[in-house]
Write a protein of this length. Sequence first.
Length: 425
Amino acid sequence: MQIFQKPANKVGGEFSFDGDKSISHRLVLISVLLRYEICLSNLSRCEDVKTSLKAVQKLGVRVREIGDFTYLDGSEVKEHSTDSEPIELYCGNSGTTARLLCGILACLKGNYILTGDESLSKRPMERVAQPLRRMGVDITCSNNDCFPVIIKSTGKTKSIIFENITNSAQVKSAVELASLALCKGEPPTQIIETNPGRDHTARLLKQINLKQPVIKSFTIPGDPSSAAYFAGAAALFNNSSVNLKNILLNKSRIGFYEILQKMGAEVEIISNNSTYEPYGDIVVKGKKLRGITITGDQIPTMIDEVVLLGIIMSFADGISEVSGARELRVKESDRIAALIIGLKQLNIICEEREDGFVIKGQNILNGSLKSNENILLKCFNDHRLCMSFAILALKSSNGLLISDSECVNISFPGYFERLKNFILE
Ligand code: S3P
């Protein structure tokens, strides 16, 4: 469905957000391996996390929703023989469900077949299969790298030394989860990373005992990747500000906010507390922005915000450059190509690079970019592109049409309604 996003002159407000999607996935998926019930509050209500919930239900987890709480009970999850009928687990659009599930299934004896939607079916799975195979898991990808993925699991694994060359947090998590089933006497698995990304799995595993409850209840802090669109929009307008409440402040996730500050926006990070993950409030105010260079070592801490940064760079003074971001080409769409196509439709001077892009910013804090209502930006059913293009539309003179608007439900149901409330003038 196409949506017309109208322009704005001023934005502002105070918002809280559903729980972080990455942490939500991990808590839901790990419930398969827990022999007791956990209680989650502020679990993300997005489509991707619903996909993880359905998958764990199929494996035998009992899911109850009472008010704002979600109870997950893995005590009835059963192992199966390795020659039983395969259990099909549908992973929808969710790379996180697919890749983390591979690690979980390595710990649960049985036969499984993982399937996904059109976009997920094109995404690389060998990156997870390879280390798991070295850990002793019988795992096969179709056409060498893709879905369906077939796993015959004995429920026991061997330890490895794993070099995470793509810096993927999903792959790292799969290896960490599979290591929960190491055979007796195996040394711990070692993971080597040059530019470490999100560490939510390791943090959770420190809190969890598979057999006996240590902590049974988890409040999930607001998703910094969802909040980023509102922070980015506030940064683009004079006299505009946003107060983002109870946001996850894990260092491996807030690179975008640090870059926004370096570009000249006023960004205040107020830490509230730290439980298993740190959280707090973020206040962002619009100021004149300058261009910036981002290199590969910084990418993992802002991997899901790079497209949005591309939009913000289009309004900053001077040249901005992103390199070392090749991973964006294997996300829900080829995000580098799609961003550049969109920016060029608005005559923004930019260039696609194999591992990033260069943008010549227009430096317009008090004004908008010339557009006409007939421009249709294609987001290739990719939620992050769709939400980023909506921020571009706010800064356009006449608004913009954006394709596939329903795809925002993948990570942020209600996004466009929120954005409507955010526009003050
Ligand atoms: C995620 C890791 C990142 C990120 C994705 C969620 C996670 O993917 O882009 O949205 O929850 O671990 P990669 O691990 O492929 O970089």
